[in-house]
Design a protein around this ligand. Structure first.
Ligand code: ZN
Length: 575
């Protein structure tokens, strides 16, 4: 009997990031945890199979059904502004990235060719390549190939038979190190093998590619970074190269490469997995962001809330930029795809120089086109569908990021920070604030004539469609509930109207504008008052799915809309 897998969905997130980002490292471990933001994977969850789905999927093989969870998208960018050196450099960086991909296979599963060559069914083979192994990353690592048991929690970072207790009894700094493999020696004792020893040959090759790219780099900062990074991967010491990466401001080509995130180690979260991104900076958006940052003081002063709640100076974040991704490799390419990055993770480096935040525009476009638009097609009234646009989606996402700088960080009573006062609700409410104030910024800048292109209705309607996408993600976390609170608020204030006959939603622009103002005031006041009890009550009572919304989510499921994307990438796509 065929197993019908109704996987759902997604969260493609509005790519946000909370101001405290310890979430980033937590989320991967518990699939339903919360809206993954930066760096982390977006998370799928399972819903009840629906009869409609069983019918439509019945004709497909198991492999084809699994593959239909992913929509294919070609990663490319406009390279016409690049010179020959830069184009050649990208080729070298992609070669280095491919080595990270091979190393990630070894860390996650083992021998890639052994696995793939043994799979006859082309769809299953493709699915194994997407998952870097026989376990389904959208389904909590359930095996999808016969003959495989559970995925070891420690992947290949630790001996498969090793227990947590055994590790803890012998644990040393070297065994716990981010950049060592744990193996059993001849005496049966655990030993730590540094990555640069275990993978020496491959890393020498990768360093050579990075150095070749450095020779071509015209930007001195980038050249310096590439050389330091080449050295770092051979020594497992990344600090100098991380600092150099934060110093780069003007280079168009960029690369993130090395062992970085620890999600793949679900046993302890100690071990970093190899990955790479080859990137092109979107200079036009970067300039726009710098321009909008100038309006922050004025926008803060005009926030629709009493003066006491807007007395702080707004923060600006100059290190937020837009990029197109040309290549994903290793951990970043496994399963669902990250569309925003916040690095480096090294806390010492963060204290010295902060972090850089990168929004990956073409990857976002992929999720917009393959997931958000189909959702809008199911749920938005036909006459408003034209207002669901990528430009509005991208702008809403970027303004969300900037809007984190508005409002208030400390409570009015002098008792400390909003974060401390609101505890486990702080980050969900802060994300809710950024969503709504991002839209407030759009409105203001639009009225000021500073926002080129698009009607306000585009931003509103795209925002609504984005909430459907987000609530699909579930309500098992504070972030999931925050999405529902926002949706319910707009529905209660008639900003979103539901038509029971068609099952479609529409935006009422006047009511929408009023609701943006009143919801902004509500959130800013709760934050400024640090009113934990009121926030808790709101989350407890207001975060329910209405019957209409449940129907809407069933409609999305039945339509077979993909859960995530898979990239066609590499040399041929860049010509
Ligand atoms: Zn955010």
């Amino acid at each position: 009997m065929k197993k019908c897998i109704v996987l759902l969905a997604i969260f493609l997130l509005t790519a946000c990031q909370s101001q405290t980002s310890d979430e980033t490292t937590q989320e991967q471990v518990v699939p339903q945890a919360q809206a993954t933001e930066t760096n982390g994977r977006e998370v799928a969850y399972q819903q009840d199979p629906k009869p409609e789905n069983i019918k439509t999927k019945a004709q497909k093989s198991v492999g084809e059904q699994l593959l239909s969870n992913y929509a294919s998208f070609t990663l490319t960018s406009d390279l016409s502004g690049l010179n020959e050196n830069q184009k050649q450099m990208i080729g070298y960086l992609i070669e280095a990235a491919k080595i990270m991909d091979d190393l990630f296979w070894l860390q996650s599963y083992g021998d890639k060719n052994d696995l793939l060559e043994g799979i006859k069914d082309p769809a299953l083979k493709r699915y194994a390549a997407i998952n870097y192994g026989p376990w389904d990353r959208l389904q909590g690592d359930e095996p999808f190939l016969e003959g495989y048991g559970e995925k070891p929690l420690g992947a290949r970072f630790y001996p498969p038979e090793m227990t947590k207790q055994e590790f803890n009894e012998q644990a040393t700094d070297a065994l716990r190190d981010l950049y060592t493999l744990v193996r059993t020696d001849e005496q049966g004792q655990l030993q730590a093998i540094p990555y640069h020893v275990a993978y020496e040959q491959a890393l020498l090759q990768a360093a050579e590619w990075l150095n070749k790219a450095a020779e071509l780099a015209e930007d001195q900062g980038f050249k310096n970074y590439l050389q330091l990074r080449a050295k770092a991967i051979l020594e497992d010491d990344y600090q100098a190269s991380d600092l150099a990466w934060l110093d780069m401001k003007n280079n168009t080509v960029d690369v993130i490469i090395g062992p970085i995130e620890t999600y793949e180690d679900q046993l302890f979260g100690y071990k970093a997995a190899y990955e790479a991104f080859v990137l092109i900076k979107d200079q036009a958006w970067s300039q726009k962001l710098a321009k909008f940052a100038q309006f922050l003081p004025q926008l803060q002063a005009e926030l629709p809330v009493a003066d006491a709640y807007k007395r702080e100076k707004p923060g600006t974040d100059s290190d937020l930029n837009a990029y197109d991704a040309l290549y994903y490799a290793g951990s970043s390419n496994a399963g669902s795809k990250t569309i925003a990055i916040n690095l480096p993770n090294d806390e010492q480096v963060q204290l010295l120089k902060g972090t850089r935040r990168l929004q990956l525009k073409n990857a976002m476009h992929a999720k917009f086109e393959k997931i958000l638009l189909p959702i809008a097609h199911e749920l938005v009234v036909p006459e408003q569908r034209k207002h669901v646009t990528f430009d509005a989606f991208f702008a809403n996402t970027m303004f969300h990021e900037v809007a984190h700088g508005l409002g208030i960080k400390n409570t009015l009573n002098g008792g400390g920070t909003v974060r401390e006062a609101l505890q486990e609700y702080a980050s969900a409410l802060e994300e809710g604030k950024a969503d709504i104030l991002g839209l407030y910024m759009v409105e203001k800048l639009h009225h000021m004539g500073e926002l080129d292109g698009g009607e306000l209705m585009d931003y509103y309607t795209t925002f609504m469609a984005g909430i459907f996408r987000s609530v699909r993600f579930g309500s098992s976390s504070a972030h999931g509930v925050a999405n529902l609170l926002r949706f319910n608020y707009f529905a209660e204030h008639d900003a979103f109207n539901y038509d029971a006959d068609s099952g479609h939603y529409s935006v009422n622009p006047e009511k929408m504008s009023a609701a943006i103002a009143s919801l902004s005031e509500k959130i800013l006041t709760l934050q400024g008052d640090g009113n934990y009890q009121a926030v808790k009550d709101w989350f407890d009572k207001g975060g329910q799915q209405s019957p209409q919304l449940k129907t809407a989510l069933r409609t999305i499921n039945a339509a077979g809309i993909p859960v995530d994307i898979v990239f066609e990438q590499g040399g041929a796509q860049l010509k």
